[in-house]
Design a binder for this molecule. Structure first.
Ligand SMILES: [Zn+2]
Ligand SMILES: [Zn+2]
Length: 367
């Protein structure tokens, strides 16, 4: 099968023939139909986060099951599926208490092949790294069954794939991590794919005021389409003061969707007492966030993290698809461009350059 292979940081991905293994007992072979290009891919492509090279990036995908292993029960050939980078084991403390989104961070060996086994991906006998146990910039993926959710066959694949990372991360953080209440006030820092999904989620949750914060006026315009009631451009005004003024003292909930020390600290400082700031952005290893310790005591403000929207994806994905059908989840507006495998390098560069008009660029494969 063909895949876009990363052989060096910041270099163009090369389209190569890759050998994909046969499904092991709990593995599933999926022919991909669509994959979104996410900012997290950029963080590995530009070398900011370490990757084992050569590697196939990509992790926001949807496709059709081709073949399943002998023990697979969750899906069958012909099923339409959305993948996720946070598979769950189903037996650990986190899974059994409903926090399966962190299972893969502590139990990851269960979801990949061991060094003694044949690799899932190889080029001329040389092992190719499987990014986040998925590697979706490819025609096919071979993954653990607990990294997949079957969905209705009438759901368009180029919209479905977005649910698997950016949308669940943004919407899930609002619903599950912060538990935004109807009538409350929300600020979202960063209006890329994840930030727009958080804004959309806050609107669905019934927030009365949703303040979008971004340096790009184009992205702020887009944010309004997703439900933002107010916009703040920190290049023009002090974001913390502007948010505090709009909400008479600060928001109940803020979401950091950029991945920087400065925006994480801003997210905290624009809270009212008892407010909750949720960091969703990927903050580079070695970067620390500083907040005044006494404020934790004096104001009961909270700073928390969330991975993959604290999802329970086999419950969440069908629900999100229903919200899309009802016109509440704006997946159509998220897709800014459709490209082929050979367009991924350009798409990564667009995200890195922070092009204001880019929400999600989606690779679509021939039907
Ligand atoms: Zn992603
Ligand atoms: Zn688990």
């Amino acid at each position: 099968m063909k895949a876009a292979v990363m052989r060096a940081p910041n270099a163009p991905l090369s389209i190569e023939d890759v050998t994909i293994s046969k499904p092991g007992p709990r593995e599933v072979l999926v022919r991909l139909k669509a994959v979104g290009v996410c900012h997290s891919d950029v963080h590995f492509w530009d070398g900011n986060f370490p990757a084992e090279l050569p590697v196939i990036l990509g992790h926001e995908s949807a496709g059709i099951v081709e073949e399943v292993g002998s023990m697979v029960s969750a899906v069958k050939p012909g099923d339409h599926v959305i993948s996720i980078l946070s598979p769950f084991c189903g037996t650990c403390e986190y899974c059994l208490t409903g926090h399966m989104s962190v299972c893969h961070t502590v139990n990851k060996d269960q979801f990949q092949r061991q060094p003694t086994e044949a690799p899932r991906l190889a080029i001329k006998g040389e092992k190719v790294g499987q990014f986040l146990n998925l590697s979706s910039f490819a025609e096919q993926i071979l993954v653990h069954e607990n990294a997949l959710c079957a969905v209705d066959k009438d759901m368009p694949m180029d919209k479905a794939c977005l649910i698997g990372c950016g949308v669940i991360t943004g919407v899930g953080s609002v619903f599950h991590s912060a538990k935004v209440e109807p009538g409350s006030t929300v600020a979202v820092l960063g209006c890329g794919g994840v930030g727009l999904a958080a804004i959309n989620g806050a609107a669905i949750a019934g927030a009365s005021r949703i303040i979008a914060v971004d340096l790009s006026d184009e992205k702020l315009q887009m944010a309004v389409r997703f439900g933002a009631t107010d916009t703040v451009n920190p290049g023009k005004v002090n974001a913390i003061e502007a948010v505090k003024e709009l909400t008479k003292g600060g928001v109940h909930y803020s979401f950091e969707c950029v991945g920087l020390k400065q925006t994480a600290e801003q997210a905290y400082h624009m809270l009212r007492p008892r407010g909750v700031a949720t960091v969703i952005g990927m903050i580079s290893p070695g970067v620390n966030i500083e907040i005044p310790g006494i404020e934790l005591l004096a104001t009961e403000k909270r700073l928390q993290g969330a991975i993959m929207g604290s999802n329970r994806f086999r419950v969440d994905f069908p629900r999100l698809i229903e919200l899309y059908r009802q016109g509440k989840l704006h997946l159509d507006d998220l897709v800014s461009d459709r490209i082929g495998l050979d367009g991924i390098t350009g798409a990564l560069q667009n995200l890195k350059d922070n092009k204001g008009t880019v929400a999600r660029q989606v690779v679509v494969f021939d039907q």
